[in-house]
Ligand binder design. Structure first.
Ligand code: ADP
Ligand code: MG
Length: 252
């Protein structure tokens, strides 16, 4: 079975006040792939996600999303890219604390069109089923009536992943999900992401090498906004250049 590219970034550059945050970046992701992106602080990882989601525009280069010919999203607006099926989870959880877990998932399903309208809209039975399925997938079905604000840190992160699933995002961009999690929460997050791969294409940015080892298939190492190397965890950990710029520092 041949795999199809779902995201291609080619020759992408982005400077901030003369500082090259992204430098001739070439990156290809296959449909259904779970890719882990690592790299030292300031390597351009979050900026890369900003470029994919339209939060930031590249100075040059192109980004194409979708299988087959795909669609160029380089200059699309953020909400258009969102609608094409790209969902992002930011580093810090941003759930609606005053609403129930269920309603948060519902807000993911309905999209950003106003909290009030969404919560009082009538749900079809198909939508209800889908919400329940998402709640079960992220392990929060039993918590569905609780306020999102009352959840533990890890559970909030899973809720946010659930919102992306409800949104039916084809491509999930997950920025440092394990940050601030206990070891057990981290492990559960890894299992969740592994279970979602295949059905979704996923880019996970992560620092925690234990977590990277748990989930990683192919790893991309970013350095100074450029792909330094790609391969298995062992490949990148044994790569001389990677050791020099990143792992060798003893600090991730
Ligand atoms: P990482 O996520 O790999 O730690 P970032 O992508 O956040 O790195 O940052 C890469 C570099 O780009 C950093 O030097 C950061 O200060 C700079 N940068 C990122 N976004 C902006 C912005 N909106 N304005 C100015 N500089 C930025
Ligand atoms: Mg970052």
């Amino acid at each position: 079975m041949s795999s199809q590219v779902i995201l291609a970034a080619e020759g992408v550059n982005k400077s901030f006040d003369g500082f090259k945050a992204i430098s001739d970046l070439n990156f290809y992701l296959d449909e259904g792939e779970l890719r882990t992106v690592i790299g030292p602080n300031g390597a351009g990882k979050s900026t890369f996600l900003d470029l994919i989601t339209g939060r930031t525009r590249p100075d040059s280069g192109r980004i194409v999303f979708g299988t087959g010919l795909g669609e160029e999203i380089t200059s699309r607006k953020e909400y258009e890219i969102y609608r094409l099926g790209i969902g992002r989870k930011f580093q810090t959880p941003s759930v609606f604390a005053e609403h129930s877990v269920f309603d948060n998932i519902l807000l993911g399903l309905k999209g950003p069109r106003g909290v009030f309208r969404t919560l009082f809209a009538k749900l079809s039975s198909g939508e209800q089923d889908r919400l329940e399925e998402v709640l079960k997938t992220v392990g929060l079905f039993d918590k569905r009536h609780d306020l999102a604000g009352s959840l533990a840190h890890g559970q909030k992160q899973w809720l946010e992943i659930g919102m992306l699933l409800a949104q039916e995002a084809k491509l999930l961009l997950v920025d440092e999900p394990a940050a601030g999690m206990t070891d057990e929460e981290t492990h559960k997050t890894g299992e969740l992401l592994l279970s979602l791969a295949g059905k979704h294409s996923i880019i996970v940015i992560e620092h925690d090498m234990v977590f990277v080892r748990q989930i990683a298939r192919k790893v991309t190492v970013l350095h100074q906004g450029h792909v330094l190397c790609e391969g298995s965890v062992d490949d990148v950990q044994n790569n001389e250049e990677v050791r020099r710029v990143y792992l060798g520092r003893g600090k991730h």
